[in-house]
Each structure stands twice: as structure tokens, then as C-alpha cells.
Design a protein around this ligand. Structure first.
Ligand code: NI
Length: 172
């Protein structure tokens, strides 16, 4: 396993449409391993192929589960190849960030429930259902495969810790 360099916003690779993975082989599994390691190292909840310079349709997502005190007690790792959102419903408006847009956050409205299908690392078809943060992450990572960044959809994009809207309210 190896850490990969995360491509940053402004690099044209993030704006290209990724091609499907033709064959799930050892090379793809190695890329997934590297992506999981890179995502964890960067403390992200998701990472898509283009973010490590690979224009193939695959992403990883890792969602923590918290106990009542807010401690992480478990995590669920999703690895999806050739993903396709097959159902989307509801709505949530939440803060988002992206490892390719470091130091920024913004507000995006997404479905609150999605069903996504794809292939796992063994080439078997899988279907996952996500709600809340998981649904948001699936949509965000899936967008990367079409060259879409959350900042394209977000309102109030600003540096983390400096919310211009809150400052306005404070000033009143
Ligand atoms: Ni992202």
C-alpha cells in the first residue's frame, strides 16, 4: 500500500469524466487499497479516482458511527467500482468539504436517502443504501466521477472557521 498525492482544485483532471473500469483485477484492488490509505491519512470520509489522478469510475467512502458521547465506536468502509445511483429521495442541507479543496467548506442540498449499485473489489455486484452522511458521501464521490465538485453546487463556500454569514449576524 502507498499514499497517493491528492489532486487539488484547479487541476483539470478533476473536471474530466471518468471512464468505467473494464476489469476488476489486482491493479484495481491495489488502487483501492492506496485510496483507502490516502483517505484515512487525510482524515476524509471519501475519495474518488480522479482525486488521485485516476480517471476511472471508482471511489471509497468510510463512515464513522458515534456513541452517545460523540466517540467513534465503529466505521463502515464502502468501496465501489462503476457506481450508479439507482434511487434517491428526501433532502438534506449540510456542510461539506473535499480533500481536493483544502480549508474550505460550504453548504449543499442533497438527497437524504440513496440506493447505489456497483461492483465490489471482487467484481461482484453490490447494492448499498445510505442515509444522512452516507447518502451525502455517495453523492459527493459519485459527482467526482463526472468532473463535478461540491463547490459547484454549494452556497456560502468559505474558509473553515470563518463563516461570513455568521459574522454578519454577529455584527448586528
Ligand atoms: Ni470531494
Amino acid at each position: 500500500m502507498a499514499l497517493r498525492l491528492i489532486v487539488k482544485e484547479g487541476d483539470p483532471v478533476l473536471r474530466k469524466k471518468s471512464r468505467p473500469v473494464k476489469e476488476v483485477n489486482d491493479r484495481i484492488r491495489m488502487i483501492l487499497d492506496d485510496m483507502v490509505e490516502t483517505m484515512r491519512d487525510a482524515q476524509g470520509v471519501g475519495l474518488a479516482g480522479p482525486q488521485v489522478g485516476i480517471l476511472r469510475r471508482l471511489f471509497v467512502v468510510e463512515i464513522p458511527t458515534f456513541d452517545e458521547e460523540g466517540n467513534i465506536i465503529d466505521t463502515t468502509l464502502y468501496e465501489l467500482i462503476n457506481p450508479e445511483i439507482i434511487e434517491a429521495s428526501g433532502e438534506q442541507t449540510e456542510e461539506e468539504g473535499c480533500l481536493s479543496c483544502p480549508g474550505l467548506t460550504g453548504t449543499v442540498t442533497r438527497p437524504s436517502h440513496v440506493k447505489i449499485k456497483g461492483l465490489d473489489r471482487n467484481g461482484n455486484e453490490v447494492v448499498y443504501e445510505g442515509v444522512g452522511l452516507t447518502a451525502k458521501a455517495f453523492c459527493h464521490e459519485n459527482d467526482h466521477l463526472d468532473g463535478i465538485l461540491y463547490i459547484d453546487k454549494a452556497t456560502n463556500v468559505h474558509p473553515v472557521g470563518e463563516d461570513p454569514e455568521e459574522e454578519e449576524e454577529d455584527g448586528e
